[in-house]
Design a protein around this ligand. Sequence first.
Ligand code: ZN
Ligand code: ZN
Length: 411
Amino acid sequence: MPKLELLKKFAKLAVETGANVQKDQLVWVRSSVESKDLARLIVEAAYKAGAKEVQVQWNDPYVSRTGYDYMTAETLEEVPEWSVDKVKEFIAKGGCAISITSPVPGLNAGVDPNKLQREGKARSKKLKFYSDHMMGNHTQWSIVAAPNQVWAEKVFPELKGEEAVEALWDAILSASRVTEDNNPVQEWADHNKGLLSHNKILNDNNFESLHFKNSLGTDLVVKLVDNHVWAGGGENTTKGVYFNPNIPTEENFTMPHKYGVEGRVVATKPLNYNGNLIEDFYLDFEEGKVVSYDAKKAKETLKSLIEFDEGSNRLGEVALISHNSPISNSGILFYNTLFDENASCHLALGRSYPMNLKGGTTMSQDELDKANSNNSMAHVDFMFGSKDMNIIGTKKDGTTVQIFKDGDFII
Ligand code: ZN
Ligand code: ZN
């Protein structure tokens, strides 16, 4: 473990900059039992920030894995009413959430993807109101990460045990801008300013479409919805509380047109989905929809994502990140979207974020549909940025602007 003082700074960052816990607010800390030490520090930091009550929602990925082995798909599909009520109460009380992600890569290898898909579908259906609430920024939420041994040894195969965990802690803290001698809360305020200036340039250009091209075979045109909004860095809830959903974050992202994606995208990093690693894959799009795809590893898992529901074969997000960025420059492959998505331009299959549309957070699903925003119970990011990525933006009047040259922002 890193020095206690450093972890306390990280916990404070999650509470103050991440969720921006308000006085007398209910706070949920969602944590794996693998990350109990950080969870305890976050609980304390949340009370210090004025939380009225902090509830920890523990989970154990190993218990879940055993369940997948022994339970039938039918049982896995049962979502108890009490768990739904609990979420309703959390929303009614105006709670905010801090999640600590600590994935165990490969833990679900060998589980029937159909079981995972059916369980995931049943849960997301029952709890769609919760994801709408969170993704619509009706309250503050934030995700941070903590290592576990299996994950750490996957990221640093030359290290073992505690040494690997220590190395992953260092990588997570430095990617999250937490160092011995800085004030991370202040550091993040400055970082947000940089992201906001790119949002402004992209919004001012009001591009109709983006054309991505590199030597790996990506040749993709992504049309953007009318009245799209580029976001990135901190966000405001519908009640006007400023928060940072992801720690770390380096991205500027917006909403693709549900029916306006054409061409091929080749992934540049593996995708960890449902505990399985999809590797070396591409997707071909026509009129916004995935029409063919292939993967060297875990093609079945990719199939289960694409066929997850009606909207999981269309895009809900397009995000730009310079190849020359801190996480990318660290050269570390984290096997975790929270980090890897910030090292590389990415797209997401599935639901789009209403805030990426002017007035979107107060629109009904019907209105969002009409605005060509994609709807799904899935939202899964995958990475396709590269050091030779070029991006050309086309404006409504047909003029073009080069946005990326050789992997980096040039505007
Ligand atoms: Zn993103
Ligand atoms: Zn995303």
